[in-house]
Design a protein around this ligand. Structure first.
Ligand code: ADP
Ligand code: MG
Length: 397
């Protein structure tokens, strides 16, 4: 896989570079203001390096899930403005994705200039299952530039025109962010330093069963919290009240517990509430004594202590998924406690997942105390499952 440094060594001054970035930031529903610009910041190192080397940079990106047609709600205009502020230069936005305006603006670029193309998902072909449809769009992308750099780690698990097909049409390179994510994921999968502890939370166990199956043979401990722990508690024969429960996964969880031979660690206490609400009051109960009319919305303080103890001596940690409904103040303590314990880890600590990364920032924890905060939740989980990611496979060609 050729790197950005390979491209810089070839010389990129005056050349037009199509840079696929992951600028899919959360926007406030009413004001359309960016609420967390983490992904824009993460894309700056590659962009800056290209500009400084005199490249003419054409950035492509997606935002949200428009329905394959232009929709002002999903315009990249706020992203162009923020990117311009962070770079300290004007970043014009093409009115289309790979049409007349994109072509005209790309042709007018001078060395070191940056152009942002409008949301790639305004083109239905971007996400099409039909190779020919994606190919036609990829031809238009390729016509804009001389080389292609993929730095959109959060999209490498997608076989999309701007990620997969365009790379087959231009000399292609991995950007700094993609290279960094890959380096970290390789360390997690190839001979990780031990003890290796994985912490999983979040809402749905079915989303994460594949990654549990893949990781179980490799880890020393798998700590399970969040909404997914209740299906495991049910598999142990405990009542879980009105907590999240995926009844059709109970048998699988029972088999995983048996296979794990004690390496899966479950909560010992749970913060419950009669309703999914911040104002309905909360009580902490033992994990095997959840009242029938209550739902578990966070792990309790004894669980935080137990998990922190497991994490204390770890040399490699991967954490994905909040321990509770951290969006509501009464149910934040579990996620905060585990996040703090992960931050204290001496070896490599990796946080993966959009909501987990957001929790680190929302709870005011120091991002620098983690070895790596992944920008791509879905992509990193699919990598850890051992699946081939189309956007990476095509770069390796
Ligand atoms: P990530 O984006 O980090 O991969 P997920 O998307 O899997 O994480 O899960 C995040 C969501 O899980 C959060 O919105 C959080 O509120 C929810 N969650 C965590 N614990 C519970 C629980 N006990 N009951 C219901 N939802 C929960
Ligand atoms: Mg999520």
């Amino acid at each position: 896989m050729r790197s950005l440094d390979d491209l810089l060594a070839e010389g990129v001054s005056g050349r037009r570079v199509l840079l696929r970035a992951d600028l899919n930031v959360p926007l406030d529903k009413s004001t359309r203001e960016i609420t967390d610009d983490g992904r824009i910041r993460a894309s700056l190192p590659t962009l800056q390096a290209l500009r400084e080397a005199g490249a003419r940079v054409i950035v492509s990106a997606h935002l949200g899930r428009p329905k394959g047609t232009p929709d002002p709600q999903f315009s990249l205009a706020p992203v162009a403005a923020r990117l311009g502020e962070l770079l300290g230069v004007d970043v014009p936005l093409a009115a289309d994705t790979a049409g007349d305006d994109a072509r005209a603006k790309a042709a007018a670029l001078r060395d070191g200039d940056v152009l942002l193309l409008e949301n790639v998902r305004f083109e239905a072909a971007e996400t099409s299952k039909d190779d020919a449809e994606r190919g036609e769009l990829a031809d238009r992308f390729a016509a804009l530039a001389d080389v292609y750099v993929d730095d959109a780690f959060g999209a490498v698990h997608r076989k999309h025109a701007s990620v997969f097909d365009v790379a087959q049409r231009l000399p292609h390179y991995a950007g700094r962010l993609v290279a960094r994510e890959l380096e970290v994921l390789t360390r997690l999968t190839t001979d990780p330093e031990r003890p290796y502890v994985v912490v999983l939370g979040g809402s749905k166990v079915s989303d994460k069963l594949a990654v549990i199956e893949a990781l179980l043979p490799k880890v020393d401990r798998l700590l399970v919290g969040g909404g997914m722990c209740f299906t495991f508690l049910a598999a142990q024969g405990h009542g879980v009240g009105t907590s999240l429960l995926e009844a059709d996964q109970v048998d699988t969880c029972r088999r995983l517990l048996a296979e794990a031979g004690g390496r899966i660690v479950l909560p010992v206490d749970v913060v419950c509430s009669p309703q999914f609400s911040a104002d309905a009051g909360s009580t902490t109960v033992d994990a095997d004594a959840i009242p029938e009319d209550q739902m578990g919305l966070d792990v309790g303080p004894r669980t935080v202590e137990l998990f922190a103890g497991e994490l204390a001596g770890a040399r490699t940690v991967f954490w994905n998924g909040p321990m509770g409904v951290f969006e509501m103040a009464p149910f934040q303590a579990g996620t905060r406690g585990v996040a703090e314990a992960v931050a204290r880890v001496g070896g490599l600590s990796v946080v993966g997942g959009g909501d987990s990364a957001a929790a680190v920032r929302v709870l005011g924890l120091d991002e620098d105390s983690y070895g790596h905060i992944s920008t791509g939740g879905g992509a990193s989980l699919e990598y850890l499952e051992g699946r081939e990611l189309p956007g990476l496979a095509v770069l390796a060609d």
